[in-house]
Design a protein. Structure first.
Length: 339
């Protein structure tokens, strides 16, 4: 294993890898999914495999059961792994302590690199430090943009959740909404909290948060329905994930509410709902790209000493709005499970 990784305070002469990563992304995209299906799909990638020695990379996320967002992240990661001759070891747990244990397992297995989400960064801090002490390079994706540098990660791939929330709030002003409820489906997740805080900052109407258990969809549906029945002035339901958004559409119907639904994040069903007019718009952070670039960056670091973002700036993958004006373009990729 390459043990050349150094803490951020000792790094010198960083290299910028975005051009290389982007070129490899264009060459390597294909449709695949997690598990056996991912392996079969990734084998059909158009780009040839790297002839570098195989390395093992662990991807450890805070994904909850049934959240299709993470299927897309994993597809991107697997495509990069197939191209780069990387053995991808994927694991996930929404419980922060359990996720930290999964990172420790990766350290114990002496992997060549770790890609990790930092939804609850305080719980991950110690184990990240252990990985770095063991000489294992670590990159972040999706969650933890505010802390990745202080925790010594090599690079970070994702969107600025506060900025995306602020853009969302401005978009609601354009739609004429007056009273929004922001549905947080994982309590304590810093990224989700930042999104709702961003919406509240720029939205000129009233904003309130509603906490639900995102792993229990019947409960999500009944909680949102009850809220809408309780307060008929709510005219906008803001959700932070595609499955929650689609469930919210049902809640609006069940409550005989006039509220509209807009969301963060996409999947195939969500793009279909935008086409049908059930969802106003979505903010896309491109999870496929997050997974792809995270794995590819570790390969680039090991084989060419590259630092994506120069080791100083995050590599932004969003936000971008998807609505009725551009959904047809995006939908063809969502149908493959890559947007």
């Amino acid at each position: 294993m390459d043990r050349t990784f150094q803490p951020r305070s000792r790094r010198v002469a960083p290299f910028f890898a975005m051009a290389a990563a982007s070129a490899m992304f264009i060459a390597g995209c294909s449709s695949s999914s997690g598990g056996k299906e991912a392996e079969e799909g990734g084998a059909n990638a158009s780009a040839g495999k790297a002839n570098t020695p195989q390395m093992t990379v662990a991807l450890v996320t805070h994904a909850g059961q049934g959240d299709t967002f993470w299927d897309i992240v994993r597809k991107g990661a697997q495509t990069a792994a197939d191209k780069d001759n990387v053995k991808l070891v994927y694991s996930n747990d929404p419980n922060a302590a359990n996720q930290a244990n999964l990172v420790q397992n990766a350290i114990d297995q002496k992997v060549d690199g770790i890609a990790v989400t930092l939804a609850k960064p305080d719980a991950m801090k110690d184990v990240i430090a252990k990985a770095e002490k063991a000489g294992i390079p670590v990159v972040g994706l999706n969650s933890g943009m505010d802390v990745w540098k202080e925790q010594g990660l090599l690079s970070f791939f994702g969107q600025d959740e506060t900025v995306s929330g602020e853009a969302f709030g401005k978009k609601l002003n354009e739609t004429g909404a007056k009273h929004a409820v922001c549905v947080i489906h994982e309590q304590g997740n810093v990224s989700l909290e930042a999104r709702c805080a961003g919406v509240k900052k720029t939205f000129k109407g009233k904003t309130e948060n509603l906490y639900v258990n995102g792993t229990d969809m019947p409960s999500v549906k009944s909680t949102i329905t009850a809220k809408l029945k309780q307060d008929s002035s709510i005219d906008e339901v803001v959700t932070l994930g595609a499955p929650i958004a689609l469930t919210s559409v049902q809640s609006v119907d069940d409550a005989s509410s006039k509220a509209k639904v807009a969301t963060f994040d996409l999947n195939k069903e969500l793009t279909d709902a935008i086409k049908a007019g059930d969802i106003e718009f979505a903010v896309d952070q491109q999870p496929y790209l997050q997974g792809y670039l995270a794995i590819d960056s570790l390969w680039l670091y090991k084989n060419n000493g590259n630092y994506s973002g120069g080791g100083e700036a995050p590599v932004l993958t969003g936000p971008a709005f998807v609505d009725k004006d551009n959904v047809d373009t995006i939908a063809k990729f969502a149908a493959k499970g890559t947007r």
